[in-house]
Design a binder for this molecule. Structure first.
Ligand code: THU
Length: 130
């Protein structure tokens, strides 16, 4: 993977820290995401649930929309932290795919990334044009 160990560790630590801000009264499953833009800036997101469950926003999409709102369009890597290491859901994979392939790190609430992959590996044969 073309991301230094130091950069990986920083991204995972930031995902773990923002995870503590998750609003998840229905699932109790707090998730944090840290998205590294090509600019070098890191954007954070935590999941935000709705009593109308379909309105829930995942940590990954929260981080991505924050970055896009700041004008970012290219990304290098994403770290996701939760009680146990998880991969982005299908909706988040598809939205992230708009912005190209990125490295995806999954970590638990503490400790290093345990799984490192790419978005294109997670979403093969993605729908990308019509
Ligand atoms: N969730 C995320 O934020 N990211 C993921 O990668 C998986 C799921 C959230 C959505 C919901 O608030 C809770 O985790 C349980 O599904």
């Amino acid at each position: 993977m073309d991301l230094s160990k130091a950069a990986q560790d920083e991204l995972v630590l930031k995902a773990q820290a923002v995870r503590l801000n998750a609003y998840c009264p229905y699932s109790g499953f707090a998730v944090g995401a840290a998205l590294l833009a090509e600019s070098g800036r890191i954007y954070l997101g935590a999941n935000c649930e709705s009593v109308s469950f379909g309105g829930t926003i995942c940590a990954e999409r929260a981080a991505l929309t924050s970055a896009v709102s700041a004008g970012e369009r290219s990304f290098t890597a994403l770290a996701v932290a939760a009680d146990k290491p998880v991969s982005p859901c299908g909706i988040c994979r598809q939205l992230l795919f708009e912005f190209g392939d990125i490295i995806v790190l999954s970590a638990s609430a503490q400790g290093e990334a345990v799984k490192i992959t790419t978005l294109s590996a997670l979403l093969p044969a993605a729908f990308s044009e019509f």
